[in-house]
Design a protein around this ligand. Structure first.
Ligand code: CP
Ligand code: NVA
Length: 316
């Protein structure tokens, strides 16, 4: 049992490192519970995680992930301990497996944000407590879950929705691909040559899409990808850890900006999404960020509700 209010816990995954770890039932369970929690509102006091402590080990900066998980624990009656990059020096000051085994003796769950995806896998391998990926160079599963919770809320459905992802085939794009393939949602990606999503992720998603009905396409033509889309999604051209490549990337991504010209090709009533933080004037214009089509702050808000559901289901 998760709590008195939320009785049934069907989620089978111990860790959430990738969307791959979750079944469709798990995702539905998370969405259903997140919906209930959102309806209850942040002032609804809960003791569901009383006595539970969550650790956040971060190698990179964060606003949404750090604050939403910390707020989630506070709202559920638990406690969160944030460990900044300099405090833990994951894998430098001591071996990751030693960090994992030590923290397992103190905590009830870990959120990890790392440069290398492999480091989160290692943390999970040696951890007796749930490890949740708070972003790696390879994936950002909590983001993708919150995003499709948001899509369902806004569009009223998931089936039949078409999403166009324009820009870098990065961690966020990989997780969107996996979740679309799993839930049977069409996704068209437009990325410059050399910046496509991970080949293995793409081909796995493509194969799974054949079974679930998700039409998955990849090109380097943004206008084509956006045609008939319900959702236009983008992320930064230069992710955390890639700062040295910023100049080169600015050049490579020219023509991949979300602006009113590109958006005019989408379906009437389309939505603009961005995981944030945004580099306004690069991957997205100010105008699009501020337009009535933009649901970027609903996405950001839903991180909180979805993560509360994840914590309730995993830290039970
Ligand atoms: N979208 C997201 O994960 O934001 P932060 O980097 O601020 O956590
Ligand atoms: N792709 C971005 C996402 C930030 C939430 C990054 O990794 O920096």
């Amino acid at each position: 049992m998760c709590s008195k209010k939320h009785k049934r816990c069907k989620v089978k995954a111990k860790h959430i490192i990738s969307i791959k770890d979750l079944s469709v039932d798990d995702i539905e369970e998370i969405f259903a519970l997140a919906g209930k929690l959102k309806a209850e509102g942040k002032l609804a006091k809960s003791e569901a995680l009383k006595g539970k402590t969550l650790g956040l080990i971060f190698q990179k900066p964060s606003l949404r992930t750090k604050v939403s998980f910390e707020a989630a624990m506070a709202q559920l009656g638990g406690y969160a301990i944030y460990m900044s990059p300099d405090e833990v020096k994951l894998g430098q000051r001591e071996a990751i497996k030693d960090v994992a085994r030590t923290l397992s003796r103190y905590l009830d769950g870990i959120i990890a944000r790392t440069f290398k995806h492999q480091d989160i896998l290692e943390l999970a391998k040696y951890s007796d407590i749930p490890v949740i990926n708070g972003l790696s160079d390879f994936s950002h599963p909590c983001q993708a879950l919150s995003d499709f919770f948001t899509v369902r809320e806004k569009a009223g459905r998931l089936k039949g929705v078409k999403i166009a992802f324009i820009g870098d085939g990065n961690n966020v794009c990989n997780s969107l691909l996996y979740i679309c393939a799993k839930l049977g949602i069409d996704i068209s990606i437009a990325a410059p040559k050399g910046y496509e999503p991970d080949k293995e992720v793409y081909s796995r998603a493509f194969e799974q899409g054949k079974i679930t009905g998700a039409k998955i396409t990849l090109s380097n033509r943004p206008a084509e990808a956006v045609k008939g889309a319900d959702i236009i999604y983008t992320d930064v051209w230069t992710s955390m850890g890639q700062e040295k490549e910023a100049k080169k990337r600015l050049k490579a991504f020219k023509g991949f900006q979300i602006n009113s010209g590109l958006c005019s090709k989408a379906k009437k009533g389309y939505y603009i999404m961005h995981c944030l933080p945004a580099h306004r004037g690069e991957e997205i214009t100010d105008e699009c960020m501020e337009s009535k089509h933009s649901i970027v702050f609903d996405q950001a808000e839903n991180r909180l509700h979805v993560e509360k559901a994840i914590l309730l289901l995993l830290l039970k």
